[in-house]
Structures are given as structure tokens and as C-alpha cells.
Design a protein around this ligand. Sequence first.
Ligand SMILES: *[C@@H]1O[C@H](CO)[C@@H](O)[C@H](O)[C@H]1NC(C)=O
Ligand SMILES: *[C@@H]1O[C@H](CO)[C@@H](O)[C@H](O)[C@H]1NC(C)=O
Length: 222
Amino acid sequence: MCCCCEDDYGERYCCRIPYQVWEDIKWCFILLGLIVVAVVVTGVVLIAVIFGGPLRHVKFTVEDASLTRFALVTSPTTAIAYNLTLSLAVHNPNWAIAIKHDKPLEASYSFDDQPFERVLVADEGSKQGARKTVVYRLSSGSAGRAVALGNAGEAEFRKENATGIFEVDVALTGKFKYTLRKTKCKIEATCPLKLQLDTPGTAAVVFEKVDCEVAKSDDKYC
Ligand SMILES: *[C@@H]1O[C@H](CO)[C@@H](O)[C@H](O)[C@H]1NC(C)=O
Ligand SMILES: *[C@@H]1O[C@H](CO)[C@@H](O)[C@H](O)[C@H]1NC(C)=O
């Protein structure tokens, strides 16, 4: 191995790199190569763990609810007149993975297993970042939403009406995708609520947070 050196008078001449220096340089390159390989391997493993590792499930909770009207209308058809306001929190606990709604997220309200209202929660295409919680405030009401209560349902209504506490189930449906994952995951969750009718003049009722029960998915990637 040869290289150019300068002597004390600025004259160039050819000199050999001393063996020891050459050996040191060689080891430097080997070490550098090892470091690069280690960094690349660590990076690949990290990316695989972050984006390909086990997912944490999206959670739903009803943080607050207030029912100001809940009445049975019997003519012309059986219907429910109601005013209900909910705060629904959607929590994405994943450290690096965002979600995107592939279908609208909807909440369906039912009384005695009979649905009487559907409310849009999040639009198709809306996104939610990693480690983010989004609280949706759903406010809806109607002077009469048709409901197939039947005889049994009307009896249940009168029973609950007498106590002033109504059992209303909120069922969440939708479909979403995780970042960098192909699978579309179905959302199926139910939040059973016990709502005390909030009538003017009575003390405001404190609502206790309800964790929604998420149905287990058949898809192991969801
Ligand atoms: C229910 O909501 C309607 C409008 O959406 C309002 O006019 C009515 O006063 C509300 N009733 C109660 C009891 O809150
Ligand atoms: C429900 O209860 C209220 C009083 O709390 C009463 O005025 C109303 O008639 C009851 N409705 C039915 C369908 O029983």
C-alpha cells in the first residue's frame, strides 16, 4: 500500500503506510461495518415490533350521559319521545399505530333490545392518531321514534318508568384500519346504560362512566 508524503522541504515522495497504521485502519473499518449492521438490524427489528407486533384494542367508554325526556307514544304507532346527550370516548392505546375509519362509526340506541335511533359518531375516512382519545358529544332527540316494543316492551317501559331509571343500550358499529395493516377490523361494542331521567327541579344525577364491551373479533389481526 502506497501513499504520498511530504518531506520537511515540501517535496512529495512516495512512502508506505506503516504496517501498524494500516492494521488500525482495517480494524476501524471492520468496527464501523459492525456498527452499521447493528444499527440497521435494530432499526428493522424496531419497525417490525412497532408496526407488526401485537395490537392493543381500541377502547370505548361512555363518559357522561344525560336523559331529559323518555316517554312512550302509543298513537298513531308505538314510538319513543326522547332527548339524550352522550359523551362517547374512543381511545386508541397503540403506541405508534393510528386508526382510520373505513366505514362510518355509528351508535344505535335500543330499549328492551328494540332499536329506536341511530346516530352518526365519526365519518368514513376520519383518522385518529396513536395514543389519542377523541370524545364525541352525541346529542339527539325526537318527538317520536318508531320502535317495535310490542306488548312486552310496553310493559317493560311502564316498569322502568315507575322507577325513573331507564336501561338503554348503545351499540357501536363500524369498520376501521390500523396504519400499515391490510386487515379491516369490524367494530362491535355495546355499552349498557342505566339512565336516570333528569327532570327539571330534581337534583342533577351523577353519571358513572361505563366501559363498553367490545365483541371479540374472529380475525386474529384485529
Ligand atoms: C328536547 O329537545 C327538543 C329539541 O331538540 C326541545 O325542544 C325540548 O325542549 C327538549 N326537551 C327536554 C325535556 O329536554
Ligand atoms: C311515566 O311516569 C310518569 C311520571 O313519572 C307519568 O306521568 C307517565 O304517564 C308514565 N308513562 C307511562 C307510559 O306509564
